[in-house]
Write a protein that binds this ligand. Structure first.
Ligand SMILES: *Cc1c(COP(=O)(O)O)cnc(C)c1O
Length: 384
């Protein structure tokens, strides 16, 4: 461990935790100082929403703070049942199942549906929890180039067997682009594969009703299994999966991270349910968010920085080397801007980046301040 830690330090990859001393918001306190936060996934600013806090308090008053048991023993209450109904309805599926996090949902769903006889085709940029789920399942993992349907088809031709799964992020967490669901559905039909979309960053954020990447692309109901999280735009905590009654029944009986874990808390369940309502009402906030995203992307480009194209509030500014990204990020901190850098192994080597995430609550003043600092520091570091 000592050697490994030393290596991590020497490579400049030793990570420190920042502790917020106030609620998650566009502005928050860290070590007594105020920062504009550009690194949360609180896309709609719901983490500290008054209405949701009220609902949490009511749920705690009625159901307590902990559930004290797992879902299949004494740990299910009516909130779990109602939320699962609401989630199924929201994603236009027959049924849904709630997990204690999106990570748990991914490992639980994939390891339950795939086994040693399966082949799982996986976009190279899929989230770590998808990779972990595949590893846990014992299935063969076949990665394909990011959003490259020709490569996916070549891999399907070569490796497809009796049980095939194609898994993709709906919105890619580090690049901020949207999956080619149409292409994937086409491939899945042609080569007999089950499809899974993990819409952690799509839920609440894209699609006119906020139902995610499927709605955004006009493909609702075409993907077999939709996974999501309540911990990003929904402002709460927990993960979920939606699909046909049969699939959800199967998962309820076999999915180990669902069965062998204490059920998620009453407050999280009640907040998530209310949050689905708010998401429905927040069409105008999604519009604002998308406009702010467009504005920032354009202006960052004008400064001369390398920003990846995309349509989501995830705006990656690719710098390349890890050291440059670390320095940039730490200088931004000095200017009161919290924008964490992302480096390997989270992203491929040589593509270290500043990953801006916007919330609908960011003001144009916030964005202009960020732009001014990006420009000044970029010049200081000789990046632009
Ligand atoms: C954040 C994330 C998860 C994990 O969700 P949590 O609820 O935070 O555990 C899963 N998949 C993707 C694509 C994510 O970005």
């Amino acid at each position: 461990m000592k050697d490994d830690l030393e290596k991590i330090r020497a490579a400049g990859r030793y990570r420190e935790i920042s502790y917020l001393e106030s609620a998650q918001a566009r502005e928050a306190k860290i070590e007594g100082r105020s920062y504009r936060i550009f690194s949360s996934n609180d896309y709609l600013g719901l983490c500290n929403n008054r209405r949701l806090k009220q609902v949490a308090v009511e749920a705690i008053e009625r159901f307590g703070v902990g559930t004290g048991a797992s879902r299949l023993t004494a740990g299910s209450n009516s909130l779990h049942r109602e939320l699962e109904k609401s989630l199924a309805h929201f994603k236009k599926r027959e049924s849904a199942l709630v997990y204690s996090s999106g990570y748990m949902a991914n490992i639980g769903v994939i390891s339950s549906l795939a086994n040693r006889d399966s082949v799982v085709f996986c976009d190279r940029l899929n989230h770590a929890s998808i990779i972990d789920g595949i590893r846990l399942s014992g299935a063969r993992l076949v990665p394909y180039r990011h959003k490259d349907m020709d490569d996916l088809e070549a891999k399907l031709r070569r490796y497809a067997r009796r049980k095939n799964l194609i898994v993709t992020d709906g919105v890619f967490s580090m690049d901020g682009d949207v999956a080619d669901l149409q292409g994937i559905i086409h491939m899945a039909r042609k080569y007999h594969a089950l499809t899974i979309v993990d819409d952690a960053h799509g839920t609440g954020v894209i699609g006119s009703e906020g139902r995610g990447s499927e709605e955004y692309l006009g493909m609702e109901g075409h993907i077999d299994i939709c996974i999501g999280t309540m911990s990003k735009a929904m402002g709460a905590e927990g993960g979920f999966v939606t699909g046909s009654q049969e699939i959800i029944d199967y998962l309820r009986q076999t999915s180990r991270s669902f069965i062998y874990s204490t059920s998620p808390s009453p407050a999280s369940m009640a907040v998530s349910m209310e949050s689905l309502e708010i998401i429905g009402e927040y069409g105008y906030k999604r519009l604002e968010l998308s406009q702010k995203g467009k504005y920032l992307r354009e202006k960052v480009k004008e400064i001369g920085l390398d920003v990846l194209d995309g349509e989501t509030p995830i705006i990656p500014i690719v710098l390349g080397g890890e050291q440059a990204a670390i320095e940039y990020s730490s200088k931004l901190m000095d200017h009161g801007i919290y924008l964490s850098c992302i480096r390997p192994p989270t992203v491929p080597k040589g593509s270290s980046r500043l990953r801006v995430t916007l919330t609908a609550d960011h003001s144009y003043e916030d964005l202009d301040l960020l732009l001014e600092c990006l420009s000044r520091i970029g010049k200081e570091l000789g990046v632009i």
